[in-house]
Ligand binder design. Structure first.
Ligand code: GAL
Length: 618
């Protein structure tokens, strides 16, 4: 069957396969007893057929015997409950023994296959953070947190001072008195919580780096990890620093149903297509995470999945559209999860390219078509966008810890800004907050950035830029700074008060649109460009640098982007509902996420279709 599979993959146009990412119980059935014959055979069969192999380290699924070795390696959730064996990701990132065991199995695999030319890339672990697995409240995490705090603050008095522990008599006499910030009577000190969030991200990085170092010493093939969509609990830029390629797992229909806010109408309209901006947002984000912009889709949804509340099938054409959208954003590879639907265990209801009875599933023909089309397409490269959106993981942690109003989510704010840019036909680069160079960009947006590094402020100066809402509003310890934010060089504005509002309450803005959810009172001498009907400033600016003090609805975002684009000399379009564009250096791609045909330029784009043309004929 394997040989037939390999031949059929090649006939379909597939060039890469990923194997082994969950296979620990077959690689090492008992501690120290390895069985490689099956893997050797699989590598031989796949490679002889001409397929390039990504080999996974199996550390996302420690076998049952590992628990006998390390009974305390399991994570605990915030209510203190153990997260037991019987599925996957059952480990705490802070457990030193399991971390070493993970590096050991990576070394065993690296020793055996690191110089094997048939292995073209290595995937480390699988989807850090999937199933809510970054924050662990285990004893291993508590002990490691105390060490991390000692290292960060040096003296306990410095920690007390930084966190403001005099409030409610929370002062500590020693680092060993500090617990994890769960199970407190009411809210834990946000500084304590924020430190725990930073620590938890650092633990992922340390866990990951242990494997990356071991593999680096044993192979020259690129190292990668498959990130997930809307997982923000660890800093992907920090993990990415030891990798060559960022890959991610794109499940557009699952995401729409499972992890996106949106009206019932929006979710109904895109039920079988997925949200028109969610995939592109992550393509652009992971292009920034990958070294030199290198990124792939490691898992592309091929049909109905099993894990969302409802699991409709993609509209015919969507598997092709999603694949082309990834390539248009610069993906080197789009790989599908999975080849054949497994008739057993947790994912038996998850579609593959082949059905459980080995007949072709509907996605397979679309994949074959994409492969044929790609073969005829010149290598287009990746266009640098003219618009930068600054992205920062610690800001997501800050606003989780201190939301001030239900529904304040950094990701949601970023996606709202991104959507507004895309509705105007703009291509976007996502850029980390550590940047000090925005010189290639005509327009830069930095919403919700908890604290802004000086180098970023300097890079924003002199170019058309939007900062806010809630930017430069706290210190690194999550306290109110003195002077109060946003403290932007060259822009006289202070956010002197904040209101958060329920979704039922919106404040109309003069000229159209409204604000809600988050409204700052802005004081200062900068010019007011938009204000509420009651006369409260919403957007102020000094010509190039602008500060947005509230959370706009879509109509107001559109007006803001139009105004800023005009200042930045950028051409914008008014795209029909569901239509999205992406320019590569050679081509313009047009994607119709809608369920009706749409006219664009001289073309009619059918539902779930993608069309492209060279720029010259545009
Ligand atoms: C991903 C994961 C795969 C599979 C897939 C199902 O989260 O990496 O192993 O579980 O989702 O959609």
């Amino acid at each position: 069957m394997w040989a037939r599979d390999a031949a059929e993959m090649v006939a379909t146009g597939i060039t890469w396969v990923r194997i082994g990412e969950f296979a620990w119980s077959r690689l090492e059935p008992d501690p120290g007893r390895f069985t490689f014959d099956w893997l050797d055979r699989a590598i031989d069969v796949l490679s002889s057929a001409g397929l390039k192999i990504v080999l996974g380290t199996p550390t996302c699924t420690p076998p049952r015997w590992m628990l006998e070795r390390f009974p305390d390696m399991l994570a605990r959730d915030a209510s203190g409950q153990l997260r037991k064996f019987g599925s996957r990701r059952h480990y705490c990132f802070s457990h030193a023994g399991y971390r070493a065991a993970s590096a050991d199995i990576a070394a065993v695999l690296g020793d055996r296959y690191g110089r094997d030319a048939r292995i073209h890339a290595w995937q480390i672990d699988n989807e850090y953070g999937c199933h809510d697995t970054i924050l662990s409240y285990s004893e291993a995490a508590r002990d490691a947190f105390r060490l991390w705090l000692r290292d960060r603050y040096g003296e306990i008095t410095a920690l007390n001072e930084a966190w403001g522990n005099v409030f409610w008599s929370m002062e500590y006499r020693d680092f060993d008195e500090i617990e994890l910030p769960n199970l407190t009577v009411t809210q834990a000190n946000p500084s304590h919580d924020m430190a725990f969030r930073r620590f938890s991200s650092d633990q992922v990085v340390a866990y990951h780096t242990a494997q990356a170092d071991v593999l680096r010493a044993r192979t020259d093939a690129p190292l990668l990890h498959n990130y997930m969509g809307r997982v923000l609990e660890f800093d992907h830029f920090d993990v990415g620093a030891s990798l060559d390629i960022a890959t991610w797992d794109s499940y557009p229909i699952g995401f729409l149903s499972d992890r996106l806010e949106g009206t019932a109408e929006h979710k109904a309209r895109f039920l079988q297509q997925g949200d028109p901006d969610m995939q592109a947002f992550h393509h652009d984000l992971y292009r920034a995470v990958g070294r030199d912009g290198r990124w792939w889709v490691m898992e592309q949804q091929p049909g109905p999945v099993n894990w969302a509340p409802h699991n409709p099938a993609p509209l015919p054409g969507m598997v092709r559209l999603w694949s082309w959208e990834a390539f248009a954003h610069g993906a080197e590879v789009v790989s599908y999860f999975r080849w054949r639907q497994a008739p057993f265990a947790q994912e038996q209801m998850h579609a593959g390219l082949k059905r459980p009875d080995n007949a072709a599933a509907p996605g397979l023909a679309e994949v074959a078509r994409v492969a044929r089309e790609i073969a005829q397409m010149p290598d287009a490269g990746t266009a640098a966008a003219r618009v930068a959106l600054i992205f920062d993981y610690p800001s997501a942690w800050a606003w989780d810890v201190l939301p001030q109003g239900t529904g304040f989510s950094y990701f949601r704010l970023m996606l709202d800004a991104y959507r507004a840019l895309r509705r105007r036909g703009l291509s976007v680069d996502i850029v980390p907050s550590s940047t000090s160079d925005l010189s290639g960009y005509a327009l830069a947006l930095a919403p919700g950035l908890a604290s802004m590094p000086d180098a970023l402020c300097a890079a924003l100066a002199g170019r058309t830029a939007l900062v806010g809402p809630r930017s430069n509003a706290v210190t690194d310890e999550l306290c109110i700074p003195d002077p109060m934010g946003p403290s932007l060089p060259g822009l006289d504005v202070t956010a002197t008060r904040v209101e958060s509002l329920p979704p039922t309450h919106e404040r109309p803005v003069k000229g159209g649109g409204s604000v809600g959810l988050w409204c700052e009172t802005l004081e200062g001498t900068a010019e007011c460009l938009f204000e509420t009907e009651a006369g409260a400033p919403v957007l102020i600016g000094d010509g190039t640098l602008h500060y947005l003090g509230s959370w706009p609805d879509a109509a107001l975002w559109d007006r803001i982007i139009r105004a800023l684009a005009a200042k930045a000399d950028l051409d914008v379009e008014d795209l029909p509902e569901g239509l999205r564009l992406r320019d590569t250096p050679s081509h313009r791609f047009v994607f119709n996420y809608g369920s009706k045909p749409v006219a664009y330029k001289d073309q009619v784009v059918e539902p779930a279709d993608v069309v492209w043309w060279p720029h010259a004929s545009c």
